[in-house]
Design a protein around this ligand. Structure first.
Ligand SMILES: O=C(O)CCC(=O)C(=O)O
Ligand SMILES: [Fe+2]
Length: 292
């Protein structure tokens, strides 16, 4: 190795990049895609908006595809009106969703290069006269991470609004600046939702947030029609073990201690072939374990 090469390698090992200190390459991408304002929004307030991701024809098609999918998620009091998950292979349009250049660039800004698809899920919300729709509480999407959260964000969630986002339409409510607490909201904060605002954007745009931003999908819809949303989240690549034993089936695990199942991730809700909602008890357990 020449001296010059050694120096470069050393510099890379020692490199410390603070959140939102973008490489020249990523910075150029952000500019080319017109994402500067969205990057500034999420850095300052923990959330932002992305517009003009695809032609309206694509949004209408996406909405129809979601509405045509059979519901796979039981109504068990989830944080939102999620009705179908594990979407990637269910229709080719979802490949275009997760590969959308603006989403990928923002995922890199927020979760680094090599970010992974974490969850791809849809929700459909309808009008109600009830005070709230009871679908859950204020939370940070890094709900399976211990607080204080690391300086670098680990999850980015993008809600692709196929219908407008407004208070009357039952858009996501969130607390601007709450990402700076670097922790989950406590019980009182979950009740008062102090400082929460409704996200607002036209149909076709994306509202997105940092994994530590407090938000809730519990706002009731007060107008006719449906609120159809595709929720895409990406995570930093590091949230994975080095070796994958996913190929070992239940037959191998038979008669093995519970601790072995835990070590292989079979007793938490992450990285499962049926998605997070296959076993609702595992969500609470994972969140509990993650805080220890
Ligand atoms: O449905 C919503 O408004 C927000 C749901 C939510 O919590 C999420 O997508 O992370
Ligand atoms: Fe969420």
């Amino acid at each position: 190795m020449s001296n010059q090469q050694t120096e470069t390698a050393d510099q890379q090992i020692a490199a410390v990049r603070q959140p939102f200190e973008l490489s020249d390459e990523l910075s150029e991408k952000v500019t080319a895609l017109g994402l500067e304002e969205a990057v500034q929004q999420v850095e300052e307030s923990g959330y932002g908006y992305i517009h003009d991701l695809a032609p309206m024809e694509f949004i209408q098609r996406l909405r129809e595809v979601v509405l045509d999918l059979p519901s796979t998620i039981p109504d068990v009091g989830l944080p939102v009106a999620f009705n179908v998950n594990m979407l990637l292979h269910k229709h080719p349009i979802f490949e275009e969703v997760v590969l959308n250049p603006k989403l990928l660039a923002m995922a890199e800004v927020m979760c680094g290069k090599g970010a992974l698809l974490s969850q791809l899920i849809a929700s459909v919300k309808t009008k109600t006269d009830a005070p709230g729709d009871g679908k859950g509480a204020l939370h940070a999407d890094q709900s399976f991470m211990a607080a204080p959260f690391p300086v670098h964000n680990h999850i980015a969630t993008f809600c692709w609004a196929c219908d407008e986002f407004s208070e009357r339409a039952g858009s996501t409510r969130l607390v601007p600046g709450s990402h700076e607490h670097r922790r989950h909201p406590n019980e009182e904060e979950m009740v008062t939702e102090a400082g929460a605002i409704h996200t607002e954007c036209p149909a076709g745009s994306v509202a997105f947030w940092d994994g530590s931003t407090w938000h809730t999908g519990n706002a009731p819809r007060r107008i006719d029609g449906k609120r159809v949303v595709v929720h895409v989240s990406y995570s930093r690549l590091a949230l994975r073990p080095v070796e994958s034993y996913d190929f070992l089936g239940e037959d191998w695990l038979e008669n093995k201690p519970f601790e072995m199942r835990v070590l292989l991730g079979r007793e938490d809700f992450l990285n499962t072939p049926d998605g997070a909602f296959a076993d609702i008890n595992k969500i609470a357990r994972t969140q509990e374990w993650a805080k220890t």
